[in-house]
Design a protein around this ligand. Sequence first.
Ligand code: ZN
Length: 167
Amino acid sequence: MRNFTPHCIKIIDQNSVVFDPKIRKYVPDERIWLYCKSCDQKWLWDSDDKQSCPICNICYAKNNTGIVILVSNEPIIIASIPSNGMLSGKIETVPGEPIDGVPVYVKKVVGCDPLPDGDDMLIVSAIYAVAARQSGLPMDRLLVIADPVVTPDGNQILGCIGVGPAM
Ligand SMILES: [Zn+2]
């Protein structure tokens, strides 16, 4: 699998992030968890009450130095796929005929790089995938990133949970 987007693609374990329905994207899990060092158990912290490990029954230590400690869930990067180059598709917006006085703009593919030789799968940008389909290129080698993982404010892309066929 080769990455023909300009950026290194970080694949993040879906189980290490949470889906935020408000922005409809995956974000880091900002909840606090309790973790038992002794039996490798993790469960959600819901209050500052005394909590004990469901397996060994050892209690949560308030100073966070005991066997049961408070932890946060970091996004786990399971793969980093460096950029192998760039496949560009160019789409321009041109004015069309207005409908009922409302301006109409038509998106038109004005350029699309050819596919590189080989039979390996290629991760491409969503724009390239659209340009390739409109240009009649074979789509069976093209992948785009699956759902992105973003910062909680939605402004910055941290990675994605995987790749998938281009729509
Ligand atoms: Zn335990």
